[in-house]
Design a protein around this ligand. Structure first.
Ligand SMILES: Nc1ncnc2c1ncn2[C@@H]1O[C@H](COP(=O)(O)OP(=O)(O)OP(=O)(O)O)[C@@H](O)[C@H]1O
Ligand SMILES: [Mg+2]
Length: 278
């Protein structure tokens, strides 16, 4: 009798585990009465784990659906122009240029998107990170110069030292700088300040713009994959909301941190810290 009482919840636990195994459905164990023993702790632990798995699965589903949506848009355009070419390509040569231009630029966009998605989903051990001791000051300065020339925007670069060494992948550091500058250009119109400074045992890279800013509640979400503030309005800017998610990944590959500080309608600063060498 006593054995049966003790064993019932254990059986129920085993039953749930088997059913998850067989059907793949994530169910918690809901007992009518809460117990006051170790078994209840076991059930609580089990339920908490199932809850976390559910959240993870939901995120994964969302990621897959967002990713396919993003990839479908350029495909639709390519498909449309390809059909147009098929029908009128031979008789209306003036539309050839337009169609080829659209198909080329949309394929490039798709390729970039696919590369970004791969970078996001790959485990750290499957990514090639070429770390070397590099001078963060010159790498960032060169990236800034290249972006300044390409966009004709006013970027002001300063650094606390001439030499700040970190063990980092140079291309990834460039990419990180591009992502933050790209946002500063897109979401503000004034000049942009970029600084590289020594902060205790870290090298700190900050990018400050003087645009609309980001409210505290949005600040916690912008690093999520595909998240964009006021989706429909800023959609015209053309991004997919992956920039900051990639930036976070690049930073974590270097054991660094990334954060944002913003005073809405005044200024926004993104700060990256990387452990300094020596
Ligand atoms: N400097 C900034 N000022 C104001 N809002 C910003 C700034 N940087 C990012 N955001 C907001 O955070 C969102 C997410 O940024 P993120 O770089 O991840 O994506 P994106 O710029 O929309 O697209 P992508 O970078 O993939 O081209 C942006 O859509 C924008 O709403
Ligand atoms: Mg961006």
């Amino acid at each position: 009798m006593l054995g049966a009482i003790i064993l019932r919840p254990i059986h129920s636990l085993i039953h749930r585990m088997n059913s998850i195994q067989e059907k793949g459905s994530l169910q918690t164990i809901d007992e009518e009465r809460r117990r006051r023993d170790e078994l209840q702790q076991l059930i609580d632990g089990f339920n908490a784990m199932i809850e976390r798995l559910r959240v993870q699965f939901e995120k994964q589903d969302q990621f897959v659906s967002d990713a396919s949506h993003e990839l479908r848009t350029p495909l639709t355009i390519i498909d449309g122009y390809a059909s147009m070419l098929k029908r009128w390509g031979k008789t209306k040569p003036d539309m050839l240029d337009e169609a080829i231009e659209a198909i080329t630029s949309e394929s490039t966009r798709m390729k970039q998107l696919a590369e970004q998605l791969l970078l996001l989903v790959k485990d750290e051990e499957h990514l090639t990170v070429n770390k070397a001791d590099i001078n963060v000051v010159t790498v960032v300065q060169h990236s800034v110069l290249a972006m300044e020339v390409a966009t004709e925007r006013d970027v002001r670069f300063t650094s606390s030292d001439e030499l700040l060494i970190a063990n980092a992948d140079e291309q990834m550091l460039q990419q990180l700088t591009y992502i933050l500058l790209d946002n500063a250009f897109k979401y503000s119109e004034d000049h942009v300040d970029v600084r590289v400074v020594k902060a205790e045992k870290n090298v700190e890279l900050t990018v400050t713009d003087y645009g609309n800013g980001i409210t505290p509640s949005e600040q916690t979400k912008i690093f999520d994959r595909f998240y964009r503030i006021e989706k429909s309005r800023s959609r015209a800017g053309g991004g997919s909301g992956l920039g900051l998610a990639i930036a976070s990944k690049l930073v974590s590959l270097h054991n660094g941190t990334i954060g944002v500080d913003s005073i809405p309608r005044e200024q926004t600063t993104f700060t990256v810290t990387l452990p300094m060498k020596g």
